[in-house]
Ligand binder design. Structure first.
Ligand code: ADP
Ligand code: MG
Ligand code: MG
Length: 255
């Protein structure tokens, strides 16, 4: 059973100042296949930084601590090696790529992860089925990657990638983007269908509690000041919805 383990992770960001700024200050988290973990917290608490550090973004330097997948050192891997190992990061390819269609991109990504190109006909069917599940218009496959994608289209594309790549761990940063309610439901259903297989651990990063009405997390972790300050089950998300982050922000500042 796949396990992602994050131990005492410290991460600094290069913000252009002489001294790199420490953002993550000792994060500990274990995500196993079949589990859904929600990371919640106020803006600026370091949630996206955690995702970027797992992704291997060059601006985010791990200064100490470890990240392993089934005991393998993830931090030692290149970005490509991370995805081959089964780590999926939704924001890994945020750029517009002129001349590369969604369909081409997905086939290339699958080839990289599986180590061989899927047969065209099988790939076409896989993609069609996955797109149908996500209520994506078939014409979407021929669009240029990320070009003019709406917030909802970006999210659907993320879930589409996840369905096709079948990662061991998926990190989905909601980035608090304005998903309309229909897109939110489609994305949630995608995540639910996907995690139902029990082979993937999901790390769902979000500021708002609303997606957690559709995707029930097994565990909720509250982030404040670059570390986890509270942990619990789904009831913690309800408490946050009712009371907000304020008391946790204080805890994060004094820790
Ligand atoms: P969250 O996702 O919880 O809103 P972030 O991880 O985006 O938080 O940001 C945490 C802190 O790190 C913020 O103070 C933010 O300004 C800072 N930060 C993150 N990325 C950068 C960056 N690339 N350059 C400068 N500061 C950054
Ligand atoms: Mg520490
Ligand atoms: Mg963020």
């Amino acid at each position: 059973m796949a396990t992602l383990e994050i131990r005492d992770l410290h991460v600094s960001v290069d913000d252009g100042s002489p001294e790199p700024k420490e953002i993550l200050r000792g994060v500990n988290l274990t995500v196993k296949a079949g589990e859904t973990h929600a990371i919640m917290g106020p803006n600026g608490s370091g949630k996206s930084t955690l995702a970027y550090a797992i992704a291997g973004h060059p601006k985010y330097a791990v200064t100490s601590g470890t990240v392993t997948l089934d005991g393998e050192d993830v931090l030692d891997m290149t970005v490509d090696e991370r995805s081959r190992a089964g780590v999926f990061l939704a924001m890994q390819y945020p750029v517009e790529v002129p001349g590369v269609s969604v369909s081409n991109f997905l086939r290339t990504a699958i080839t990289a992860v599986r180590g061989e190109a899927p047969k065209l006909r099988e790939f076409a069917k896989e993609m069609r089925d996955a797109m149908e599940n996500l209520q994506i218009d078939p014409a979407f496959a021929q669009r240029n990657l990320n070009e003019g994608f709406s917030g909802g289209e970006k999210k659907r594309h993320e879930i589409l990638q996840m369905e096709l790549l079948k990662p061991k761990v998926a990190v989905l940063d909601e980035t608090d983007s304005g998903l309309d309610i229909d897109a939110l439901k489609v994305v949630s259903e995608g995540v639910n269908r996907f995690r139902g297989g029990g082979e993937t651990g999901v790390l769902l990063i979000t500021h708002y509690t609303r997606i957690l009405r559709y995707v029930k997390p097994d565990f909720v972790h509250v982030f404040a000041g670059g570390r986890i300050v509270e942990e619990g089950g789904p009831e913690l998300a309800e408490l946050l919805e009712a009371e907000g982050y304020e008391k946790f922000v204080k805890a994060g500042a004094s820790a």
